[in-house]
Design a protein around this ligand. Structure first.
Ligand SMILES: [Fe+2]
Length: 345
């Protein structure tokens, strides 16, 4: 056995244990988003800190189930997923703990995008896409989410199913701002305006507008950039060129914002390392990685979104900085209730 092999063996055994001062040198991440691209980023964290990142990739539902089942015997340190509504719902189930309150985290992330238990690590907006051929500037002037229920859009709107977390969070934010009764009436108006029974993902809604099946669609910002990038094929790239983006509620509270979030699991075996990893995800290096790979907006100032986002969606829009994203989890059950009552499939 050569000296190199001995050293490598020694290090790999040692790596499964702890630093000399008793700190663990690993962190367990239950990851529900963008597996491949994010794995590179975690590698950079390990190179910098010596802390090994054990990535457990899966769908959000399966990972959440496992976290709930493990309970006090938690193996997860961090749960990373898309949508504040998911992190908020996990908090409601008592599966998270406080601790994401370091100076670095507070300085990086505005208050409305975090709690002590989970923090936003990248931003997205849920916006309106329209056909410039069939929708006039006058029709969209002053347009709001509330306006999606206006009868002038009858038979012209597509949006995905009510079971979709992005819609649950959007409707939860409307309940927070307008109350449950008003939002229930709004949901009925939205259902009455649908061009078809909800089907498909966000990109399918954009495709429907491009194909002339509808005039307006609701979908997240990064999907247009993803389609324009060509990563989803020529057909989607062409479709994306046929729609324009519109940011609602510019004259009042601003456009509905959401985040990819990192949540601190209750009973996390490596809590300090989890906090360090979240801090790393909020550095310019990590933020650039997110914006270039997922076309999200950066969480921190001083980092630019991907050129595909800047050139096709723009940056000069008013974000809703008033509505706390914690309300998406808190109002989730009420949101599902009003959508179901309205017959939103
Ligand atoms: Fe998404």
């Amino acid at each position: 056995m050569g000296i190199i092999t001995i050293l490598v063996s020694f290090f790999s055994v040692f790596a499964n244990y702890v630093f000399a001062d008793g700190h663990s040198m690993e962190v367990n991440v239950f990851n529900a988003r963008h597996y491949k691209a994010d794995a590179e980023l975690y590698g950079k964290f390990t190179n910098k800190t010596g802390i090994k990142v054990n990535l457990i990739n899966g769908k959000s539902g399966a990972l959440e189930k496992r976290i709930i089942e493990e309970g006090a015997d938690a193996t997860a340190d961090l749960y990373i997923t898309a949508d504040a509504g998911r992190c908020g719902a996990m908090d409601s189930k008592g599966t998270l703990q406080g601790g994401l309150t370091s100076k670095a985290i507070k300085a990086a992330v505005p208050k409305n995008f975090r709690t002590s238990k989970w923090v936003g690590i990248a931003k997205r907006a849920r916006i309106i896409y329209y056909s410039p051929e069939r929708v006039t500037g006058a029709e969209l002037s002053g347009m709001t989410y509330e306006g999606l229920a206006d009868p002038k859009w009858k038979g012209r709107l597509v949006i995905r199913k009510s079971s979709n977390i992005y819609n649950k969070s959007l409707v939860a934010s409307l309940i927070k701002n307008n109350g449950k009764a008003a939002t229930a009436a709004w949901a009925e108006g939205v259902v009455a305006n649908m061009a078809r029974t909800p089907t498909g993902n966000d990109r399918a809604q954009i495709m429907a507008v491009a194909a002339g099946e509808a005039d307006i669609a609701v979908a997240n910002t990064y999907y247009l950039a993803l389609m324009l990038s060509g990563k989803k094929g020529a057909e989607q790239q062409e479709a994306a060129k046929k729609v324009k983006a519109f940011f609602p509620n510019q004259n009042d509270r601003g456009t509905h914002m959401n985040v990819s979030c990192a949540a601190l699991v209750k009973g996390a075996p490596n809590k300090d390392n989890a906090v360090k990893l979240v801090e790393f995800l909020l550095t310019p290096e990590s933020q650039e990685h997110f914006t270039n790979n997922t076309f999200e907006f950066p969480m921190i100032d001083g980092v630019s979104p991907s050129p595909l986002v800047v050139n096709n969606l723009g940056l000069d829009f008013k974000q809703d900085m008033k509505t706390k994203l914690a309300s998406y989890g808190k109002n989730q059950a009420a949101a599902v209730e009003v959508m179901t009552a309205a017959g939103w499939k």
